[in-house]
Design a protein around this ligand. Structure first.
Ligand code: SAH
Ligand code: SF4
Ligand code: F3S
Length: 443
């Protein structure tokens, strides 16, 4: 059969979709780029904000028309929903989209062969699996394979932090670190298949504490040192980090390991200590700024990125100003910012001092303008510099490739296809807020 997977949400979901594809391929199914041709359609979903979750249901509704068209042509489709919406909504999924055949959470998709067999045996019944299983899904997944020069590798999953706004501890469960040897084995295979850049993933990746073969717990810094020894691997990144878990050992990696890219996504969420406390974050804005100072000491060229939430319950003008002040101090080279979205079942959703939508909207606009200004400023200072760029995709125009600089900037260049999946030296010739243009200098 032919399958199509539509992915919503974070990089972990992108990784999971890759692993779901591994399972479907191991069962003899084949990917199709056209949803209309697919006999198995899977929505891998995100529940982080209301908009993200609602988009899943509106896209499912739209897809149902295609499913019905196929049915009228005598073709049946198996429709599945995976990911965080399943864990949060459970049977509600079936109530809102009754044509869905099965649903499985982020920790149970390794049971897909069994789930699909059940669906095929008794069509019409809804099959759902939202366990937090005792077994480790990674032990049951077929091998992962590189699909290009950049690969994600999940090393940690789940979260014990329980920020009061966030669904992740409920949808992905408690923190779990994959054993060191298992991570190294997957990394070696990806590198042997042409992966040049590894992005280590976890909801709280810098709290990684996987066991080595002697049973000793090892840190993310240890893992990065080990991975840096892999000859073919050229770039290492990791995301997402929690400020309170930024150890000196990890910070020092920015001084000692050239392969570790000088770009770090370290979400602060808010600059106000009052709001950080209400969010149940285990750091103040002062702690955060001290970490950045240390990072800059380790590598003065490090570029920072963050996530921000505006309009958290109780946020007043002073609190919001404190967030703007952090942005001015850190001068982020990239950032993601969101209006607070109350999520059912989280403590912040029932706080009484909710902020009106109009204020959230106005604050988001002010914050984003400031963030864009700094991002644009950084991109402008890149003009004239020679940078190593890893080209990953073809551009919209013939003869154009798109790649990433060490700072995760998108860069377009007129280059032949031979340079795809390679790192080449490029001189930056122009910049906008969102991307750079460059010309080829050499290998
Ligand atoms: N594990 C990561 C990312 C979690 S989700 C971390 O701890 O940083 C990605 C981002 O979504 C968060 O950093 C936060 O900025 C945002 N987010 C999470 N829940 C949200 C909510 N209820 N409303 C608005 N933004 C939210
Ligand atoms: Fe959510 Fe906080 Fe955990 Fe990040 S650290 S996943 S924001 S609970
Ligand atoms: Fe979304 Fe789940 Fe990732 S809620 S952000 S897909 S961990």
């Amino acid at each position: 059969m032919k399958y199509y997977i539509k992915t919503f949400g974070c990089q972990m979901n992108v990784y999971d979709s890759g692993r779901i594809a591994n399972i479907l391929q191991s069962l003899g199914h084949e990917a199709t780029p056209t949803i209309k041709d697919a006999d198995i359609v899977i929505f891998n979903t995100c529940h982080i904000r209301e908009k993200a979750a609602e988009k899943v249901f509106s896209d499912l509704g739209r897809y149902n028309q295609i499913r019905e068209e196929r049915l009228s042509e005598g073709k049946s489709t198996i429709v599945g929903v995976c990911g965080c919406v399943v864990q949060a909504e459970d049977e509600q999924i079936w109530k809102r989209a009754p044509f869905v055949d099965f649903a499985t959470g982020p920790l149970t998709y390794h049971r897909l062969p069994e789930i699909l067999a059940r669906v095929m045996r008794k069509r019409g019944d809804f099959v759902i699996d939202t366990d937090f299983p005792a077994e480790d899904k990674f032990d049951f997944l077929p091998e992962n394979h590189a699909s290009g020069a950049c690969s994600y590798l999940a090393i940690q999953e789940g979260c014990n932090n329980f920020c009061t706004y966030c669904v992740v501890p409920y949808t992905r469960g408690a923190e779990y670190s994959r054993p060191v040897e298992e991570v190294l084995k997957e990394a070696k295979r990806l590198v042997s298949e042409g992966c040049l850049e590894l992005n280590l993933l976890g909801q709280n990746v810098n709290s990684y504490h996987g066991e080595d073969s002697s049973g000793k717990e090892r840190s993310l810094a240890y893992l990065i040192h080990k991975l840096a020894e892999l000859d073919g691997l050229k770039r290492i990144r990791y995301t997402t980090s929690y400020p309170a878990d930024m150890t000196d050992e990890l910070i020092n990696c920015y001084k000692d390991i050239d392969k570790l890219m000088p770009y770090l996504h370290l979400p602060i969420q808010s600059g106000s200590d009052k709001i950080l406390k209400a969010m149940n974050r285990r750091h103040t804005s002062g702690d955060y700024l001290r970490i950045i100072d240390k990072l800059k000491e380790a590598n003065p060229n490090i570029g920072m990125s963050s996530d921000f939430i505006v309009g958290f319950p109780g946020e007043n003008e002073d609190d919001f100003q404190a967030t703007l002040d952090v942005v001015d101090k850190v001068q982020y080279i990239q950032a993601f910012s969101f209006k607070y979205s109350p999520r059912p079942g989280t403590p912040a959703a029932i706080m009484t001092n909710q902020i009106p939508e109009k204020i959230k909207k106005a604050r988001l606009e002010i914050l984003q303008n400031k963030l864009f200004d700094y991002q644009n400023k950084f991109n402008q200072t890149s003009i004239g510099k020679i940078m190593p760029v890893l080209f990953e995709t073809q551009g919209r125009h013939a003869g154009q490739l798109i790649g990433r600089t060490p700072y995760m900037q998108n860069l377009h260049a007129e280059l032949s296809k031979d340079n795809l999946n390679k790192i080449v030296k490029v001189k930056v010739t122009a910049a906008t807020t969102n991307s750079l243009t460059g010309s080829f200098i050499g290998e």
